[in-house]
Design a protein around this ligand. Structure first.
Ligand SMILES: NC(=O)c1ccc[n+]([C@@H]2O[C@H](COP(=O)([O-])OP(=O)(O)OC[C@H]3O[C@@H](n4cnc5c(N)ncnc54)[C@H](OP(=O)(O)O)[C@@H]3O)[C@@H](O)[C@H]2O)c1
Length: 328
Protein backbone atom coordinates (compact mmCIF):
# COMPACT_ATOMS: atom_id res chain seq x y z
CA UNK A 1 0.00 0.00 0.00
CA UNK A 2 1.13 3.54 -0.73
CA UNK A 3 1.56 5.24 2.66
CA UNK A 4 2.21 8.74 1.28
CA UNK A 5 -1.11 9.08 -0.55
CA UNK A 6 -0.15 12.26 -2.36
CA UNK A 7 -0.81 12.45 -6.09
CA UNK A 8 -0.28 14.95 -8.91
CA UNK A 9 -2.89 14.91 -11.68
CA UNK A 10 -1.69 16.51 -14.94
CA UNK A 11 -4.65 17.81 -16.93
CA UNK A 12 -7.12 18.13 -14.04
CA UNK A 13 -9.80 19.90 -16.04
CA UNK A 14 -10.09 17.12 -18.62
CA UNK A 15 -12.60 14.26 -18.74
CA UNK A 16 -10.34 11.74 -17.04
CA UNK A 17 -8.46 14.39 -15.03
CA UNK A 18 -11.59 15.73 -13.33
CA UNK A 19 -12.82 12.22 -12.52
CA UNK A 20 -9.39 11.38 -11.05
CA UNK A 21 -9.27 14.53 -8.91
CA UNK A 22 -12.69 13.67 -7.48
CA UNK A 23 -11.87 10.01 -6.83
CA UNK A 24 -8.43 10.52 -5.29
CA UNK A 25 -9.71 13.41 -3.13
CA UNK A 26 -12.68 11.40 -1.84
CA UNK A 27 -10.49 8.40 -0.99
CA UNK A 28 -8.23 10.43 1.29
CA UNK A 29 -5.34 11.44 -0.99
CA UNK A 30 -3.78 14.88 -1.08
CA UNK A 31 -4.36 15.91 -4.70
CA UNK A 32 -2.12 18.37 -6.53
CA UNK A 33 -4.33 19.28 -9.48
CA UNK A 34 -2.36 20.72 -12.41
CA UNK A 35 -4.33 22.81 -14.88
CA UNK A 36 -3.64 25.70 -17.22
CA UNK A 37 -6.94 27.50 -16.54
CA UNK A 38 -8.62 27.89 -13.13
CA UNK A 39 -11.49 25.64 -12.03
CA UNK A 40 -15.04 26.93 -12.42
CA UNK A 41 -16.04 25.81 -8.91
CA UNK A 42 -14.06 25.74 -5.62
CA UNK A 43 -12.09 22.49 -5.21
CA UNK A 44 -12.57 19.89 -2.42
CA UNK A 45 -10.66 20.52 0.82
CA UNK A 46 -7.71 18.23 0.06
CA UNK A 47 -7.29 19.43 -3.55
CA UNK A 48 -4.47 21.90 -4.19
CA UNK A 49 -4.77 23.55 -7.60
CA UNK A 50 -1.44 23.86 -9.44
CA UNK A 51 -2.17 26.59 -11.95
CA UNK A 52 1.07 26.26 -13.91
CA UNK A 53 1.44 25.38 -17.61
CA UNK A 54 3.24 22.20 -18.66
CA UNK A 55 5.99 24.35 -20.20
CA UNK A 56 7.26 24.90 -16.65
CA UNK A 57 7.90 21.38 -15.30
CA UNK A 58 10.34 22.54 -12.59
CA UNK A 59 7.72 24.86 -11.13
CA UNK A 60 5.04 22.17 -11.27
CA UNK A 61 7.35 19.73 -9.47
CA UNK A 62 8.12 22.32 -6.79
CA UNK A 63 4.41 23.02 -6.29
CA UNK A 64 3.65 19.30 -5.97
CA UNK A 65 6.44 18.42 -3.54
CA UNK A 66 5.61 15.19 -1.73
CA UNK A 67 3.60 13.65 -4.59
CA UNK A 68 4.61 9.99 -4.97
CA UNK A 69 2.34 9.26 -7.93
CA UNK A 70 1.63 11.32 -11.05
CA UNK A 71 -1.18 10.61 -13.47
CA UNK A 72 -0.66 11.94 -17.00
CA UNK A 73 -4.25 12.79 -18.05
CA UNK A 74 -3.31 15.43 -20.62
CA UNK A 75 -4.67 15.24 -24.11
CA UNK A 76 -3.82 17.69 -26.90
CA UNK A 77 -6.60 18.77 -29.25
CA UNK A 78 -7.27 15.92 -31.70
CA UNK A 79 -5.61 17.74 -34.61
CA UNK A 80 -2.53 18.75 -32.57
CA UNK A 81 -1.21 15.38 -31.41
CA UNK A 82 1.68 15.51 -33.89
CA UNK A 83 2.92 18.82 -32.47
CA UNK A 84 2.11 18.45 -28.76
CA UNK A 85 1.76 14.85 -27.56
CA UNK A 86 5.48 14.02 -27.29
CA UNK A 87 6.31 17.39 -25.77
CA UNK A 88 3.69 16.88 -23.05
CA UNK A 89 5.03 13.38 -22.37
CA UNK A 90 8.61 14.68 -22.05
CA UNK A 91 7.42 17.37 -19.65
CA UNK A 92 5.48 14.79 -17.61
CA UNK A 93 8.58 12.57 -17.46
CA UNK A 94 10.72 15.48 -16.29
CA UNK A 95 8.26 16.24 -13.48
CA UNK A 96 8.21 12.57 -12.43
CA UNK A 97 12.03 12.39 -12.36
CA UNK A 98 12.27 15.59 -10.32
CA UNK A 99 9.75 14.26 -7.78
CA UNK A 100 11.04 10.66 -7.94
CA UNK A 101 7.39 9.74 -8.41
CA UNK A 102 5.69 6.90 -10.30
CA UNK A 103 4.19 8.15 -13.57
CA UNK A 104 0.93 6.52 -14.71
CA UNK A 105 -0.20 7.18 -18.28
CA UNK A 106 -3.73 6.75 -19.61
CA UNK A 107 -3.39 4.46 -22.62
CA UNK A 108 -5.94 3.83 -25.34
CA UNK A 109 -6.40 1.20 -28.05
CA UNK A 110 -4.85 3.19 -30.89
CA UNK A 111 -1.45 1.45 -30.51
CA UNK A 112 -2.93 -1.76 -31.93
CA UNK A 113 -3.54 -0.09 -35.27
CA UNK A 114 -6.29 -0.41 -37.85
CA UNK A 115 -6.35 -4.24 -37.94
CA UNK A 116 -6.67 -4.73 -34.21
CA UNK A 117 -7.67 -8.24 -33.09
CA UNK A 118 -10.86 -8.91 -31.15
CA UNK A 119 -9.23 -9.53 -27.77
CA UNK A 120 -6.59 -7.04 -26.64
CA UNK A 121 -4.29 -8.10 -23.82
CA UNK A 122 -0.89 -6.89 -22.64
CA UNK A 123 0.90 -9.21 -25.10
CA UNK A 124 -1.03 -8.02 -28.18
CA UNK A 125 1.55 -6.49 -30.57
CA UNK A 126 1.40 -2.83 -31.51
CA UNK A 127 0.93 -1.92 -35.20
CA UNK A 128 2.06 1.50 -36.40
CA UNK A 129 -0.29 1.67 -39.40
CA UNK A 130 -2.25 4.85 -38.56
CA UNK A 131 -0.86 8.29 -37.72
CA UNK A 132 -2.41 8.16 -34.23
CA UNK A 133 -0.97 4.67 -33.62
CA UNK A 134 2.53 5.91 -34.53
CA UNK A 135 2.23 8.80 -32.06
CA UNK A 136 0.93 6.63 -29.21
CA UNK A 137 3.58 3.95 -29.80
CA UNK A 138 6.25 6.67 -29.63
CA UNK A 139 4.80 7.89 -26.30
CA UNK A 140 4.93 4.35 -24.91
CA UNK A 141 8.53 4.06 -26.13
CA UNK A 142 9.43 7.36 -24.44
CA UNK A 143 8.27 5.90 -21.12
CA UNK A 144 10.38 2.79 -21.65
CA UNK A 145 13.44 4.79 -22.75
CA UNK A 146 13.23 6.95 -19.62
CA UNK A 147 13.79 3.85 -17.46
CA UNK A 148 17.51 4.41 -18.08
CA UNK A 149 17.10 7.80 -16.34
CA UNK A 150 15.38 6.18 -13.36
CA UNK A 151 11.74 6.61 -14.40
CA UNK A 152 9.17 4.16 -13.02
CA UNK A 153 5.99 4.22 -15.06
CA UNK A 154 2.78 2.33 -15.77
CA UNK A 155 0.25 2.44 -18.58
CA UNK A 156 -3.41 1.83 -17.77
CA UNK A 157 -5.19 1.33 -21.09
CA UNK A 158 -8.93 1.84 -21.53
CA UNK A 159 -11.63 2.08 -24.19
CA UNK A 160 -13.74 5.12 -25.12
CA UNK A 161 -14.64 7.31 -22.16
CA UNK A 162 -18.16 8.14 -21.02
CA UNK A 163 -19.69 9.31 -17.74
CA UNK A 164 -17.79 12.49 -16.92
CA UNK A 165 -17.39 15.70 -18.90
CA UNK A 166 -18.25 16.35 -22.52
CA UNK A 167 -16.57 15.91 -25.87
CA UNK A 168 -16.59 12.12 -26.29
CA UNK A 169 -18.31 9.89 -28.86
CA UNK A 170 -21.17 9.39 -26.43
CA UNK A 171 -22.31 13.03 -26.27
CA UNK A 172 -20.85 14.39 -29.54
CA UNK A 173 -22.46 11.72 -31.70
CA UNK A 174 -24.58 9.02 -30.11
CA UNK A 175 -26.98 11.14 -28.00
CA UNK A 176 -26.41 14.42 -29.85
CA UNK A 177 -29.92 14.32 -31.40
CA UNK A 178 -31.62 12.47 -28.56
CA UNK A 179 -33.95 15.40 -27.84
CA UNK A 180 -35.13 15.10 -31.46
CA UNK A 181 -35.81 11.39 -31.04
CA UNK A 182 -32.70 10.07 -32.84
CA UNK A 183 -29.76 7.93 -31.79
CA UNK A 184 -26.71 8.13 -34.04
CA UNK A 185 -24.31 5.18 -33.88
CA UNK A 186 -20.87 5.34 -35.53
CA UNK A 187 -20.91 1.79 -36.94
CA UNK A 188 -22.87 -1.43 -37.47
CA UNK A 189 -24.68 -2.16 -34.21
CA UNK A 190 -23.55 -5.80 -33.93
CA UNK A 191 -19.83 -5.08 -33.26
CA UNK A 192 -18.37 -5.15 -29.75
CA UNK A 193 -16.74 -1.87 -28.70
CA UNK A 194 -14.62 -1.14 -25.61
CA UNK A 195 -15.97 1.60 -23.32
CA UNK A 196 -14.68 2.97 -20.01
CA UNK A 197 -17.11 4.48 -17.52
CA UNK A 198 -14.95 7.22 -16.02
CA UNK A 199 -15.97 6.91 -12.34
CA UNK A 200 -15.01 3.19 -12.54
CA UNK A 201 -11.77 3.90 -14.41
CA UNK A 202 -10.79 6.61 -11.94
CA UNK A 203 -11.26 4.14 -9.07
CA UNK A 204 -9.03 1.64 -10.91
CA UNK A 205 -6.33 4.32 -11.22
CA UNK A 206 -6.59 5.02 -7.49
CA UNK A 207 -6.27 1.34 -6.58
CA UNK A 208 -3.32 0.94 -8.92
CA UNK A 209 -1.66 4.06 -7.45
CA UNK A 210 -2.12 2.58 -4.00
CA UNK A 211 -0.25 -0.58 -5.02
CA UNK A 212 2.30 0.91 -7.41
CA UNK A 213 5.36 0.27 -5.22
CA UNK A 214 4.86 -3.51 -5.65
CA UNK A 215 4.72 -3.26 -9.46
CA UNK A 216 7.56 -3.49 -12.03
CA UNK A 217 9.45 -0.35 -13.13
CA UNK A 218 7.46 -0.40 -16.37
CA UNK A 219 4.26 -2.32 -17.04
CA UNK A 220 1.03 -2.04 -18.98
CA UNK A 221 -2.42 -3.03 -17.76
CA UNK A 222 -5.80 -3.15 -19.45
CA UNK A 223 -9.04 -1.88 -17.92
CA UNK A 224 -11.82 -4.08 -19.31
CA UNK A 225 -14.63 -1.60 -18.61
CA UNK A 226 -17.85 -2.21 -20.55
CA UNK A 227 -17.74 -4.18 -23.79
CA UNK A 228 -20.94 -3.25 -25.61
CA UNK A 229 -22.31 -3.78 -29.07
CA UNK A 230 -24.14 -0.80 -30.54
CA UNK A 231 -27.38 -2.70 -29.96
CA UNK A 232 -26.61 -3.12 -26.23
CA UNK A 233 -25.61 0.53 -25.83
CA UNK A 234 -28.63 1.93 -27.67
CA UNK A 235 -31.01 -0.42 -25.83
CA UNK A 236 -29.56 0.74 -22.53
CA UNK A 237 -30.06 4.41 -23.49
CA UNK A 238 -33.69 3.64 -24.31
CA UNK A 239 -34.10 1.83 -20.99
CA UNK A 240 -32.85 4.91 -19.14
CA UNK A 241 -34.88 7.39 -21.18
CA UNK A 242 -38.10 5.36 -21.34
CA UNK A 243 -39.30 7.00 -24.58
CA UNK A 244 -42.96 6.62 -25.50
CA UNK A 245 -41.86 4.93 -28.73
CA UNK A 246 -38.39 3.71 -29.78
CA UNK A 247 -35.88 6.26 -30.99
CA UNK A 248 -34.93 6.36 -34.66
CA UNK A 249 -31.52 4.72 -35.04
CA UNK A 250 -29.18 6.16 -37.64
CA UNK A 251 -25.58 5.46 -38.61
CA UNK A 252 -22.95 8.18 -38.71
CA UNK A 253 -22.42 9.19 -42.38
CA UNK A 254 -18.76 8.15 -42.68
CA UNK A 255 -18.77 8.78 -46.44
CA UNK A 256 -19.68 12.44 -45.88
CA UNK A 257 -17.15 12.76 -43.03
CA UNK A 258 -14.43 11.36 -45.32
CA UNK A 259 -15.36 13.76 -48.12
CA UNK A 260 -15.42 16.83 -45.86
CA UNK A 261 -12.19 15.56 -44.28
CA UNK A 262 -10.37 16.28 -47.54
CA UNK A 263 -10.69 19.99 -46.79
CA UNK A 264 -11.40 20.07 -43.02
CA UNK A 265 -8.68 18.51 -40.84
CA UNK A 266 -10.74 17.68 -37.71
CA UNK A 267 -13.04 15.47 -39.81
CA UNK A 268 -10.04 13.83 -41.51
CA UNK A 269 -8.65 12.99 -38.05
CA UNK A 270 -12.05 11.55 -37.11
CA UNK A 271 -12.33 9.57 -40.33
CA UNK A 272 -9.01 7.83 -39.71
CA UNK A 273 -10.54 6.22 -36.60
CA UNK A 274 -13.66 4.82 -38.33
CA UNK A 275 -12.16 1.30 -38.14
CA UNK A 276 -12.74 1.22 -34.37
CA UNK A 277 -16.49 1.02 -35.05
CA UNK A 278 -16.08 -1.65 -37.73
CA UNK A 279 -13.72 -4.02 -35.91
CA UNK A 280 -15.11 -5.75 -32.81
CA UNK A 281 -12.69 -5.44 -29.90
CA UNK A 282 -12.51 -5.74 -26.14
CA UNK A 283 -9.82 -5.27 -23.51
CA UNK A 284 -8.84 -8.25 -21.37
CA UNK A 285 -8.56 -7.00 -17.78
CA UNK A 286 -7.11 -10.10 -16.08
CA UNK A 287 -3.64 -8.64 -15.38
CA UNK A 288 -5.21 -5.55 -13.80
CA UNK A 289 -7.47 -7.72 -11.65
CA UNK A 290 -4.38 -9.61 -10.47
CA UNK A 291 -3.10 -6.26 -9.13
CA UNK A 292 -6.20 -4.49 -7.80
CA UNK A 293 -8.64 -7.37 -7.22
CA UNK A 294 -12.15 -6.88 -8.56
CA UNK A 295 -12.27 -4.20 -11.29
CA UNK A 296 -14.64 -1.35 -10.33
CA UNK A 297 -17.70 -1.95 -12.48
CA UNK A 298 -20.99 -0.05 -12.40
CA UNK A 299 -23.80 -2.07 -14.05
CA UNK A 300 -24.33 -0.85 -17.61
CA UNK A 301 -27.86 0.51 -17.21
CA UNK A 302 -26.85 2.44 -14.11
CA UNK A 303 -23.71 3.82 -15.81
CA UNK A 304 -25.66 4.89 -18.90
CA UNK A 305 -28.51 6.40 -16.84
CA UNK A 306 -26.00 8.26 -14.70
CA UNK A 307 -24.20 9.57 -17.80
CA UNK A 308 -27.43 10.79 -19.40
CA UNK A 309 -28.43 12.45 -16.14
CA UNK A 310 -25.14 14.37 -15.96
CA UNK A 311 -25.54 15.42 -19.59
CA UNK A 312 -28.85 16.99 -18.63
CA UNK A 313 -31.24 14.32 -19.93
CA UNK A 314 -34.03 13.26 -17.60
CA UNK A 315 -32.92 9.66 -17.07
CA UNK A 316 -34.20 7.31 -14.40
CA UNK A 317 -31.27 7.74 -12.02
CA UNK A 318 -31.33 7.45 -8.23
CA UNK A 319 -29.96 10.68 -6.69
CA UNK A 320 -27.07 8.99 -4.83
CA UNK A 321 -25.89 7.39 -8.10
CA UNK A 322 -25.89 10.74 -9.85
CA UNK A 323 -23.68 12.19 -7.13
CA UNK A 324 -21.29 9.21 -6.94
CA UNK A 325 -18.78 10.28 -9.57
CA UNK A 326 -19.89 13.80 -10.40
CA UNK A 327 -16.45 15.12 -11.12
CA UNK A 328 -16.63 16.95 -14.37
N1 LIG B 1 -11.31 10.29 -24.44
C1 LIG B 1 -11.28 8.97 -24.52
O1 LIG B 1 -12.25 8.33 -24.90
C2 LIG B 1 -10.02 8.22 -24.08
C3 LIG B 1 -10.04 6.82 -24.05
C4 LIG B 1 -8.89 6.14 -23.61
C5 LIG B 1 -7.76 6.86 -23.25
N2 LIG B 1 -7.78 8.22 -23.33
C6 LIG B 1 -6.56 8.94 -22.95
O2 LIG B 1 -6.74 9.54 -21.66
C7 LIG B 1 -5.99 10.76 -21.59
C8 LIG B 1 -6.91 11.90 -21.18
O3 LIG B 1 -7.95 12.01 -22.16
P1 LIG B 1 -9.24 12.92 -21.91
O4 LIG B 1 -10.23 12.49 -22.94
O5 LIG B 1 -9.62 12.90 -20.47
O6 LIG B 1 -8.67 14.33 -22.28
P2 LIG B 1 -9.44 15.73 -22.39
O7 LIG B 1 -10.77 15.69 -21.74
O8 LIG B 1 -9.35 16.16 -23.79
O9 LIG B 1 -8.56 16.66 -21.43
C9 LIG B 1 -7.23 16.90 -21.67
C10 LIG B 1 -6.66 17.91 -20.70
O10 LIG B 1 -5.36 18.18 -21.24
C11 LIG B 1 -5.16 19.57 -21.18
N3 LIG B 1 -4.26 19.97 -22.27
C12 LIG B 1 -4.41 19.77 -23.59
N4 LIG B 1 -3.37 20.29 -24.26
C13 LIG B 1 -2.55 20.84 -23.33
C14 LIG B 1 -1.33 21.53 -23.39
N5 LIG B 1 -0.70 21.77 -24.54
N6 LIG B 1 -0.78 21.96 -22.22
C15 LIG B 1 -1.38 21.73 -21.04
N7 LIG B 1 -2.56 21.07 -20.92
C16 LIG B 1 -3.12 20.63 -22.05
C17 LIG B 1 -6.52 20.21 -21.34
O11 LIG B 1 -6.47 21.46 -20.71
P3 LIG B 1 -7.66 22.55 -20.85
O12 LIG B 1 -8.76 22.05 -19.95
O13 LIG B 1 -7.03 23.80 -20.37
O14 LIG B 1 -8.03 22.56 -22.29
C18 LIG B 1 -7.45 19.21 -20.65
O15 LIG B 1 -7.69 19.54 -19.32
C19 LIG B 1 -5.34 10.92 -22.98
O16 LIG B 1 -4.06 10.34 -22.99
C20 LIG B 1 -6.25 10.10 -23.88
O17 LIG B 1 -5.64 9.65 -25.06
C21 LIG B 1 -8.88 8.92 -23.73
Amino acid sequence: MNTHRSVLILGSRGRLGAALVHTFATTGWTVHAQMRRPLDTPPDANVRPVLIPMTEPARIAAAATGARVIVHALNPAYTRWEQEAMLLMQQAIEIALRLNARLIFAGNVYEFGADLPEVLNERTPFAANTSKARIRIALDQALQDARSRGLRSLVLRAGDFFGSGRGSWFDLAIVKDLARGTLLYPGPTDRAHAWAYLPDLARAFERMADRESALPDFARYHFAGHTLTGQMLLDSIETAMKPERPYRRKQLPWGLIGAVGRIYRPWAALHEMAYLWQRPHRLDGQALRDVIGIEPHTPVDQAIGDTLHRLGFAGSVPADTARAGGAA
